[in-house]
Design a protein around this ligand. Structure first.
Ligand code: ZN
Ligand code: ZN
Length: 593
């Protein structure tokens, strides 16, 4: 058997186990609440849930009690006994048992002549299966009930609110523990928590949720990322442009975004009769810069980039942290080129992605999706199918030549064209999709973006969209979580902090060092508090500052600093000039660790 097959089989089994656990949970709930009403209980990613109508609100303390009952059921090895009964019998049974949700399912979904029911102890469920044969097949230490949440019956807020119990389950206790540890680690690294502790961004009730305000420290990180990406892109011929946040809706009607983002558009009007929308994307604005002049084949390719805000009216219940916001700062770029130049353009863009993510330390831990059309629903896409065919073929060639080993995934393309999407894994193992390179034959036609060829005839350019780090909001969240707030030196808001042992005796020397650092473009802080040295060190460590420099009598006399490096502790006394050289070189090298 090859590896793929065995993985597939394991996935299949774990799904069955997870779903069977939801039956076992329901059996335990029935034991605790004989009057419980049962909704549905599917397997989900990493676990399962079940929805219940209960006589009282569950409390977290109920979960270990239910877990114990489930373990007992597993120990008793109760069977999950399958029976085929007629639809009529099923309706009678669930009516008698006063299980109105099951009766509703029988009336709306499970309308076959025969339906299957599964019995575990006293609990009988209407279910298609499959399940394990008996509860004992499950390792009683490989699952855990994790949380309680409200859930409307059938996800419809007009319906009654039920109580949902979530659980996670794996094949072995080790897998479960690994998963729980990973979750715990993710919680510790949560960008909302760390962003506050490290003072990187904030929200104001008066400004509104979904509208992050970046503090000086947060801006340092964003600026460093921006400088870094612009420097790489400039080497590949990208030129910076600037475009306003507003536009007439006509621009987006013509581009097709007004239809696509209809519900997400912010409209802006004024007493002077203005009627604008906030831009939901950057592309049409940049396209208008291209369209502002006559272009010849000799001018191509033309490459623009900008880091500007764009706006999406997300549902208010869905905004939170930096991952879902109304105002998104997007690092966006486009190349306008001829068909024959597409390949080289994309190769350049992939090289930019490789370069950027290598420095961040994420390259290598990734896979690439060649996102193509959903061939069954061509109506979802803008543009000529012939152009689509051409684009998809080109991307496949590039994937092969650049050894990207891209996986072709149907239905993942953007509205305008097929694309290459890059998926990375962060330090906790969470998969994130950010960079994308997207071909577009549609927008040039909509905006009449043309050039004159060698024979003096007009031809459409090809527009290639590329995002390297995507939105600065999401990327900052990723950086915070990936590095757990301990940013590499070049990204650190404060790179070195000077701690005089005594404010009275050593402050002057400390100030001299501080000023020297500022003059050398090193982001330094000076601790002028009257705290003990121990407390000063602790405060610096909590802020995850890469270098803490302690100065006392000895250092002052010898023109040195005592260096504490993050993660390493005291690394000894160092001549001030030498330390300056060392830190400058480290910043220059942009090492990710
Ligand atoms: Zn079932
Ligand atoms: Zn674009």
């Amino acid at each position: 058997m090859n590896k793929n097959q065995s993985v597939k089989k394991d996935n299949f089994n774990i799904e069955i186990s997870r779903h069977s656990l939801s039956h076992i949970l329901a059996t335990a709930v029935l034991e605790m609440f004989p009057e419980a009403k049962f909704g549905v209980g599917p397997a989900i990613e990493n676990g399962f849930y079940y929805d219940f109508g209960l006589p009282r609100t569950l409390i977290p303390e109920d979960l270990p009690i239910l877990e114990e009952k489930m373990r007992k059921i597993i120990k008793q090895n109760l069977s999950l006994e399958k029976r085929e009964i007629t639809h009529k019998e099923a309706v009678e049974h669930f009516n008698k048992a006063k299980q109105k949700y099951k009766v509703e399912i029988l009336a709306t979904e499970a309308k076959e002549k025969f339906v299957s029911v599964y019995k575990t102890g006293a609990f009988v469920d209407l279910c298609r299966g499959p399940h394990i044969d008996s509860a004992g097949e499950i390792d009683s230490q490989s699952f855990k009930l994790t949380k309680i949440a409200g859930a409307y019956w059938r996800g419809d807020e007009k319906n009654k609110m039920l109580q949902r119990i979530y659980g996670v389950a794996f094949n072995t206790p080790k897998e479960l523990n690994d998963y729980l540890r990973q979750q715990e680690e993710a919680e510790k690294r949560d960008h909302r928590k760390l962003g506050k502790e490290l003072d990187l961004f904030t929200f104001s009730d008066l400004v509104g949720s979904g509208l992050p305000l970046y503090t000086p420290k947060g801006v340092v990180i964003i600026d460093e990322l921006k400088k870094h990406i612009e420097k790489i892109c400039a080497k590949y011929g990208f030129k910076k442009v600037m475009t306003p946040h507003l536009a007439k809706i006509d621009l987006f009607k013509l581009s097709g975004h007004a239809g696509k983002f209809n519900k997400e558009l912010f409209h802006v009007s004024s007493s002077q009769g203005h009627d604008f929308v906030m831009k939901p994307v950057q592309c049409p604005h940049q396209a208008q810069i291209y369209a502002s002049k006559q272009r010849s084949y000799r001018d191509l390719p033309i490459r623009y980039m900008e880091s500007e805000k764009q706006y999406r009216a997300e549902k208010s219940g869905e905004v939170g942290g930096l991952n879902r916001v109304y105002a998104i700062t997007v690092e966006d770029g486009h190349s306008f080129c001829r068909v024959e130049q597409v390949k080289e353009e994309i190769i350049n863009m992939v090289n930019i992605i490789k370069n950027f993510y290598s420095v961040i330390g994420l390259w290598g831990n990734h896979w690439v999706s060649l996102s193509v059309r959903d061939y069954k629903h061509p109506e979802k896409y803008i543009g000529d199918p012939k152009d689509w065919d051409k684009c998809e073929k080109m991307l496949e060639e590039i994937s092969k030549e650049m050894e990207l080993d891209a996986k072709k995934i149907e239905g993942e393309a953007a509205v305008y064209g097929p694309k290459l999407d890059f998926m990375f894994k962060d330090a906790v193992g969470k998969e994130i999709q950010i960079p994308t390179v997207q071909l577009d034959f549609a927008m040039p036609k909509r905006f009449n973006l043309v050039y004159t060829n060698e024979r003096g005839k007009e031809e459409f350019v090809v527009m290639v969209h590329r995002a390297i780090l995507g939105s600065y909001e999401r990327f900052l969240a990723l950086m915070i979580e990936h590095f757990a707030g301990a940013f590499p030196l070049w990204l650190s808001p404060v790179q070195a902090k000077i701690l005089p042992i005594s404010t009275e005796k050593h402050l002057e020397y400390a100030k001299k060092i501080y000023e020297e650092f500022l003059a050398s473009d090193i982001r330094a802080e000076l601790d002028e508090s009257n705290e003990t040295l121990g407390k000063k060190i602790r405060a610096g460590e909590l802020q995850k500052i890469p270098y803490l420099l302690i100065v006392g009598d000895k250092e002052m006399k010898e023109n040195t600093v005592r260096v504490r490096q993050r993660g390493k502790g005291d690394i000894g006394e160092m001549n001030l000039t030498k330390f300056l050289e060392r830190i400058k070189m480290e910043i220059e090298n942009k090492k990710s660790k």
